[in-house]
Design a protein around this ligand. Structure first.
Ligand SMILES: [Mg+2]
Length: 358
C-alpha cells in the first residue's frame, strides 16, 4: 500500500485521471485546466449533486471502495435519468483521512469509471483534499435534455397512470441483511473476548457472513444501477411521462412529492407493488411487513413515473415496468388500497397497518 503523501495531490490526480478518454462532443475540455469546458448549443443543461459521508451514508465494513465509487456515480446519473435527460459529465471531489492509501483511491476510481463508462459519462474534474474523520464524497453530474423532453415532478394529472420500474424494498432488505451479519460477527467476537478464547478469536478472522439465497438483496444494496434502460424504452415507444422521480427515499415519500408538486392525489394498489421473492423472504425473517419495506425502504433507484391513461398500451409493452395505480383529484388524498381492499393514507415515514384500529 502506498501513502498518498508519496504521490502528492497532483501525482494522485494524474494517476487517477490520466487514462480518461473523452466520449462526449459536449466535453470541450475535461481534466487538466482550471475549469472543464462544456458546450451545449441546443439543449437545456441538467445539474445534480450529491454528498456521501462515511458513517452517515455508507459503512466501509459493508461496501468496498470499488462498489462505493460505482454507487456514488450511479446515484447521480440516476437523477439525470429521472428528468428524462442524458447524463454527460461528472465531477468528483473527495476528502480522505490518512487511513486511505493510493490503492484505495484506485479502487474507488475504478468503480466510478465503470459506472461512467456504462452510461457514456465523462469525468471532467474534481478535487482531492484531506479529512480528519474519514471519507467524504461529493459528486456533481451534468446532463442534457431537449426543453420539451424534460419531465418535472409537477406534471401529473388526474387519471394519469402511476408506474414503477423494477422491484422495490430489496436495497433496504440488503442493508438489513448486512447489518444483521455484522451484529452476528460482533456478538461472537464479544463472547470470545469474554471467555478469553484466543482460538475462537483467531477463527473469527475468517468469519463468513451468511448471505446464501439472498444474493439479489446484496446486489441491490451494493451495486446500484441507474435505470437508463427505461429512458431508452420511453424513446423507442414514444412515451413522455407527465411526472417522474427516481426512488431514493422510498415509494411513499417520492409519490407524495409528485402529488404535492402536481397538486393531485393518488391511489396505489398493494397487490401491484413489485416485490422480489428474496425481499419477501427476508422481510418475513426480520418480522417486518414487506409492503412497508417496499413503500419506505430507500436506495432502490428505480423510476417512479406517471403517463396519460392513453399510453396504457405502450406501458404494457415496456420491460420491467409495472402499473401500480393512478392519479386522482387532490381532495381524494394519497391512498394505498390493501390486498383486502382497505384504504390507508400514505405516509412518508412508515405505513402502519394497525392505525385504523387504534
Ligand atoms: Mg432524485
Amino acid at each position: 500500500m502506498t501513502e498518498i503523501s508519496k504521490l502528492g495531490e497532483f501525482g494522485l490526480i494524474h494517476r487517477l485521471t490520466d487514462n480518461i478518454k473523452i466520449k462526449n462532443e459536449s466535453t470541450i475540455k475535461g481534466v487538466g485546466d482550471d475549469c472543464a469546458v462544456l458546450h451545449y448549443p441546443d439543449s437545456e443543461v441538467l445539474v445534480t449533486t450529491d454528498m456521501l459521508m462515511e458513517g452517515v451514508h455508507f459503512d466501509l465494513t459493508y461496501i468496498d471502495l470499488q462498489h462505493l465509487g460505482y454507487k456514488s456515480a450511479m446515484v447521480n446519473i440516476s437523477d439525470i435519468f429521472a428528468m428524462n435527460g442524458t447524463p454527460r459529465q461528472l465531477t468528483v471531489s473527495i476528502a480522505l483521512s490518512k487511513r486511505f492509501k493510493v490503492e484505495d483511491m484506485d479502487d474507488f476510481y475504478s468503480g466510478l469509471k465503470l459506472a461512467c463508462d456504462k452510461w457514456g459519462v465523462d469525468i471532467v474534474g474534481g478535487d482531492t483534499t484531506s479529512s480528519y474523520t474519514g471519507l467524504a464524497i461529493s459528486i456533481t453530474c451534468i446532463g442534457e435534455a431537449r426543453k420539451d423532453d424534460i419531465v418535472y415532478r409537477s406534471g401529473a394529472k388526474d387519471t394519469d397512470l402511476i408506474c414503477v420500474s423494477g422491484d422495490l424494498g430489496a436495497a433496504y432488505m440488503g442493508l438489513q441483511l448486512l447489518e444483521r451479519e455484522k451484529s452476528v460477527y460482533y456478538q461472537q467476537v464479544d463472547e470470545a473476548r469474554k471467555k478469553n478464547d484466543k482460538r475462537a478469536l483467531e477463527e473469527l478472522r475468517n468469519f463468513q457472513p451468511d448471505f446464501a439465497g439472498k444474493e439479489y438483496l446484496l446486489q441491490r444494496q451494493l451495486q446500484t444501477e441507474a435505470r437508463g434502460d427505461i429512458i431508452a424504452q420511453f424513446r423507442e415507444l414514444g412515451i413522455r411521462p407527465t411526472a417522474m422521480m427516481d426512488i431514493s427515499d422510498g415509494l411513499s415519500s417520492e409519490l407524495m412529492h409528485i402529488c404535492k408538486e402536481s397538486g393531485c392525489g393518488c391511489r396505489i394498489y398493494e397487490k401491484n407493488i413489485p416485490i422480489d421473492y428474496q425481499t419477501a423472504v427476508m422481510a418475513e425473517e426480520m418480522n417486518m411487513n414487506v409492503t412497508t419495506c417496499a413503500l419506505n425502504g430507500g436506495e432502490d433507484y428505480e423510476l417512479l413515473f406517471t403517463v396519460p391513461i392513453g399510453d396504457n398500451e405502450k406501458i404494457q409493452q415496456m420491460d420491467n415496468v409495472k402499473l401500480i395505480g393512478h392519479i386522482t383529484r387532490p381532495e381524494l388524498g394519497q391512498m394505498l388500497v390493501t390486498r383486502d381492499n382497505q384504504e390507508f393514507e400514505l405516509k412518508a415515514q412508515g405505513w402502519n397497518p394497525l392505525s385504523k384500529e387504534e
